[in-house]
Design a protein around this ligand. Structure first.
Ligand code: SF4
Length: 353
């Protein structure tokens, strides 16, 4: 896949866009004025692989939290999410935020936009414009009749133009809709018309099951076409869940493949004679505790007739028989294992790889 070459923008100790890795981000759901709770949640997010974290900054108490977070041992970039109040954006910039999320069209006149730009230039931090289907300008809604992909993209370009007036181009764009098709269309338009990095997400995607499906379709579809530089899987769930699912989406499409066990299991069919569903689920739990220094593809297949062949590319795997399974490596059968020992022996073999 050829990746769209966007502008590379520095964000704290990492980059977004250009050839930098596709980052996974989330947003805290603690009260931003509660430093301890916010700090704890960001640590949790950091520990599960979050690359960038955003918190809402509605008042000076939240600004103080930003300042304390920046003095703490948190390593990932902190993004201040601002709605309407340009003064909070300036305060957050001075407090050390690594990026400001604000829509310049919503904060008043040009003098206010300039004041925010000046603070970001001085602190050398970028601005993310975040356009959502629920908060489009009335004039654009009237023009398009609904928050279509075209409408979302036009709004993002309009907000960016307000910053460009002051020669500010360290901009990241996000156009989100709860409709996957609109979000995809909007990002495709921006990918063509601008060079800014794109933050992908399906907004109000829902609870974990539905939200992950929508996000995988929207985010995954765009990434497979080389579009997108950072992602957020919005879920009605704990923020760490967003990171896990975001990483799973990247891994599923072969991006940023991380060290670890990648399970390939067959869907089962009439040939399956052992309980492959339980074995795959139990193995997944046990495998999550294994520490491996590279990516290992492990196949859990239902039958010896097709299993090893279907999973030829895997490093190791099992294929079920009657009351037993065969262990295979790179498609070649090695030996038989009793059904009761399948998971234990597979784990032992993986440790030897
Ligand atoms: S590996 Fe065997 S059991 Fe599993 S789906 Fe394929 S044919 Fe069926």
């Amino acid at each position: 896949m050829e990746r769209r070459l966007s502008k590379k923008i520095k964000l704290g100790n990492i980059y977004i866009g250009g050839d930098s890795k596709i980052t996974v981000q989330s947003m805290t759901n603690t009260d931003s004025s509660d430093f301890d709770a916010t700090y704890r949640q960001i640590r949790e997010l950091e520990n599960c692989g979050c690359d960038i974290v955003r918190l809402t900054v509605p008042d000076m108490d939240a600004v103080k939290t930003v300042a304390r977070l920046k003095e703490s041992d948190i390593n990932i970039p902190i993004v201040a999410d601002i709605h309407f109040d340009y003064k909070m954006a300036i305060e957050a910039a001075y407090a050390g935020a690594d990026k400001i999320r604000i829509n310049p069209g919503n904060i008043g006149g040009e003098d206010r936009v300039k004041a925010v730009v000046d603070a970001c230039v001085l602190k050398n931090i970028p601005i993310r414009i975040g356009v959502n289907s629920g908060s489009l300008e009335k004039s654009i809604l009237d023009k398009y009749g609904r928050p279509s992909g075209e409408a979302l993209a036009e709004s993002a370009i309009y907000h960016a133009s307000l910053l460009e007036k002051f020669d500010f181009t360290d901009i990241i764009l996000a156009v989100k809709s709860s409709r996957v098709g609109d979000m995809i269309r909007a990002n495709r338009i921006l990918a063509e018309k601008t060079e800014y990095p794109l933050h992908l997400g399906v907004t109000e995607a829902g609870t974990v099951h539905k939200g992950v499906i929508k996000s995988a379709a929207g985010i995954g579809g765009l990434l497979l076409d080389g579009i997108g530089d950072t992602i957020r899987v919005s879920l009605t769930a704990h923020p760490t869940e967003e990171i896990r699912e975001g990483k799973a989406i990247l891994s599923a499409i072969g991006i940023n493949e991380e060290k670890g066990i990648n399970i390939i299991s067959c869907p089962t069919c009439g040939r399956t004679k052992i309980d492959i569903i339980s074995i795959a689920n139990e193995f997944e739990k046990r495998a999550s505790e294994l520490s491996v220094d590279r990516k290992i593809d492990v196949a859990i297949m239902g039958c010896v007739v097709n299993g090893p062949g279907e999973a030829r590319e895997c490093d190791i795997g099992i294929a079920g028989g009657v009351g037993e399974a065969v262990l295979f490596k790179k498609g070649k059968v090695i030996r038989k294992i009793d059904e009761s020992r399948i998971i234990d022996e597979l784990i032992e073999e993986i440790k030897k790889l």
